[in-house]
Design a protein around this ligand. Structure first.
Ligand code: SF4
Length: 391
């Protein structure tokens, strides 16, 4: 039985969720209203994304490359987990640690990419310690694949010769060409070298620098996606920054490699199934980089930015810092730098009566325990790393 306009919209917009009961949906809407969503269309769009992205039960998914079909089951507890965690974090604002942004005099390639992705995300990541990032699992899969498939060493042969995907072979030729070039630099290694350009106040560490058979230097940046690989402005800005601002080598061009992965239908292990490659030449138009770099400097100086439009809901759903962001609800027209913790205060929303019994059976999140666990884990990791002399 619908309880409000929102319930009606849910029934109309999300008819494919028979695995969620009416009470599940009413509870999710209640959580989103506490988080700050007022506009019903935006709330529905965000809820739809939360269910699609976090509600998927990946272990029941049949890979399209192994069964020719895909079955998606949804699991409501992961959606509750995501939103309840955000509420627990925002109920304990005093536990969110602020970062002193005055020490950050250099702008990194990642800062430029973050700012291009969303200025709010840049402000949050520079102002607050994000102890509980969203999408941790896909980030760690990306890191794991990055390590496993290092262009320079262990890219498995079958990925170069797999002809399952029509697009694969020509891209595989490009990968082979890159692998045939001389490796000059590999980032994300124990060496921890970074490239600094004092005049541009830039710092960066690309994934790789190679030298081709003509003697030209080029940078390579790799990204990993659980869906079809796309190419985005923020990735382009990051690559352009390496090409334009690294001075130690005369970088002539950059290569953006976007891998996509799926999960094996029996082992659930991620495996690479497609790749898209984009080459950016140094003589090409870099006006996007110039614009983003300028806007970022202005934002740092003025400490405030007018948002020309509401943040894109699809970006918000996959955003790493979304649990620390009040802007995703879409009613703020400015963002401050540093980001204000107080803006994260939850909204007072009357709990629908039908939820009293339903909520009683839900496990609660003890956020203080989670912070303690996270601290302990960080301390242990650091002492373990120092003990082994890796820093
Ligand atoms: S949740 Fe949305 S508005 Fe907030 S930082 Fe992320 S992308 Fe930007």
């Amino acid at each position: 039985m619908p309880h409000s306009m929102t319930d009606l919209l849910i029934q109309e917009k999300l008819p494919e969720n028979p695995q969620f009961s009416d009470l599940d949906m009413i509870f999710l809407v209640f959580l989103l209203k506490k988080i700050g969503f007022k506009d019903e269309k935006r709330l529905i769009a965000y809820l739809e994304g939360v269910i699609k992205v976090y509600g998927k039960n990946e272990k029941t998914r049949i890979s399209r490359y192994h069964g020719g079909r895909s079955i998606t089951n949804y699991n409501s507890s992961r959606c509750f987990g995501l939103l309840s965690m955000e509420i627990a974090i925002r109920e304990n604002l005093e536990l969110i640690v602020s970062i002193d942004s005055k020490h950050n005099s250099l702008i990194s390639a990642t800062d430029l990419a973050n700012f291009c992705f969303c200025p709010v995300s840049y402000s949050i990541s520079k102002s607050l310690e994000v102890k509980f990032p969203t999408n941790l699992r896909s980030r760690s899969i990306g890191t794991g694949l990055h390590e496993q498939l290092r262009l320079i060493s262990r890219l498995p042969k079958q990925y170069l010769e797999n002809t399952d995907s029509k697009n694969y072979t020509p891209e595989a030729q490009k990968i082979k060409k890159i692998r045939g070039c001389k490796l000059i630099f590999a980032g994300h290694t124990k060496e921890r070298k970074v490239f600094i350009n004092e005049s541009e106040k830039f710092i960066g560490q690309p994934d790789y620098i190679f030298q081709d058979p003509n003697g030209d230097y080029f940078v390579v940046e790799e990204k990993f996606h659980a869906v079809q690989p796309g190419q985005y402005d923020n990735q382009l800005v990051q690559l352009q920054a390496y090409i334009a601002y690294i001075t130690e080598y005369d970088i002539k061009y950059g290569v953006l490699i976007n891998w996509s992965y799926d999960f094996h239908f029996q082992t659930y292990e991620p495996f690479i199934n497609d790749v898209k490659i984009k080459v950016v030449k140094s003589e090409k138009d870099f006006s996007l980089l110039t614009k983003i770099h300028h806007q970022l400097k202005v934002f740092q100086n003025k400490k405030e930015l007018n948002l020309s439009r509401n943040p894109n809901v699809n970006k918000c759903i996959s955003c790493v810092v979304n649990k620390y962001c009040s802007h995703k609800a879409g009613y703020q027209t400015k963002v401050k730098f540093p980001y204000k913790r107080d803006d994260l205060r939850l909204k007072k929303v009357k709990q629908p009566e039908v939820l009293w019994e339903y909520i009683r059976d839900k496990p609660t999140i003890d956020i203080v325990e989670l912070y303690d666990y996270e601290n302990e884990f960080t301390v242990n990791t650091q002492s373990e790393t120092s003990r082994r002399g890796k820093i």
